[in-house]
Design a protein around this ligand. Structure first.
Ligand code: ATP
Length: 255
């Protein structure tokens, strides 16, 4: 008798189940997430696309443990953030998750090197090692020689590069970016996408973006469409298209 077990499917890096989230505007409830089930594969480049107000940022904030859902479960790397106290949650976030924000969110009084070093303060006591890693990260994003510049002495694309280096500071397994190209011109946005693609391949981290930038959507391994706080199932491709549509050119599509 064959007693060998069927090999289990690889566990996703993150599992989101039944996520619901409402905001409250006085008496009015604004539903932002209305039952999201989503697996984030380890090592992929996932883009969450959808119109303005569809819930992309809320979903990223819940996935990144910046915000808690009203209902549903989040599991990241086998950890259930809901079960952690505030200190444990801060440490978990610092170690496992890097964030890149649309508006860069750099600290204006710190220079580029200090901004990248900042998230390491919680986890790495040795200042020399911190500075060395920050220098290496800035070089990796093409900012060698700009270590002492403050954010207001850098262009938008350079600020976003500092933000990417900062997100990678603690070598997280999950990097989240909320519309990272939204405030950049087309060429700078394309450079930033290429940079993040390269870093994703080199580090093996899972990158998850929210965006409605077609260039970023084209770069996705996995495209998740969201509308009105719900995942939109993928379209069934037509039988024999004469011209490929943008939808079909996406290599894999989730859910
Ligand atoms: N702090 C808030 N208070 C009240 N309503 C909010 C708040 N944040 C978001 N919302 C609402 O929740 C819904 C989802 O918003 P969310 O920002 O997640 O969407 P989004 O897809 O990221 O939009 P955008 O692309 O414009 O950033 C929208 O209806 C929005 O108006």
């Amino acid at each position: 008798m064959d007693t060998s077990a069927t090999p289990a499917a690889p566990r996703p890096l993150a599992r989101l189940r039944g996520l619901r989230k409402n905001y409250h505007l006085g008496e009015v409830q604004v539903p932002a997430l209305r039952g999201i089930d989503l697996d984030i594969t380890a090592g992929g480049f996932t883009v969450i696309a959808g119109p303005s107000g569809s819930g992309k940022s809320t979903l990223l904030h819940v996935l990144g443990c910046i915000d808690r859902p009203d209902a549903g479960q989040v599991e990241i790397d086998g950890i259930t953030p809901r079960e952690l106290n505030d200190d444990q949650l801060s440490a978990f976030r610092a170690r496992r998750i890097g964030f890149v924000f649309q508006n860069f969110n750099l600290l204006p009084v710190l220079n580029a090197l200090e901004n990248v070093e900042y998230p390491m303060r919680l986890l790495e006591r040795d200042g020399t090692r911190r500075r060395q890693r920050a220098r290496e990260l800035l070089a990796a994003v093409g900012l060698q020689g700009m270590e002492t510049r403050r954010p207001n002495q850098l262009s938008g694309g350079q600020r976003q590069r500092v933000a990417i280096a900062r997100a990678l500071a603690n070598a997280p397994g999950l990097v989240l970016a909320d519309e990272p190209t939204a405030n950049l011109d087309r060429q700078t946005g394309a450079d930033i996408i290429a940079l993040m693609r390269r870093i994703q391949r080199e580090t093996g981290a899972s990158f998850v973006f929210s965006s409605h930038d077609p260039a970023l959507i084209q770069a996705a391994d996995v495209l998740v469409r969201i509308a009105d706080g719900q995942i939109v199932p993928p379209l069934t491709p037509p039988a024999a298209p004469s011209v490929p549509t943008a939808q079909e050119e996406i290599r894999h599509e989730s859910v």
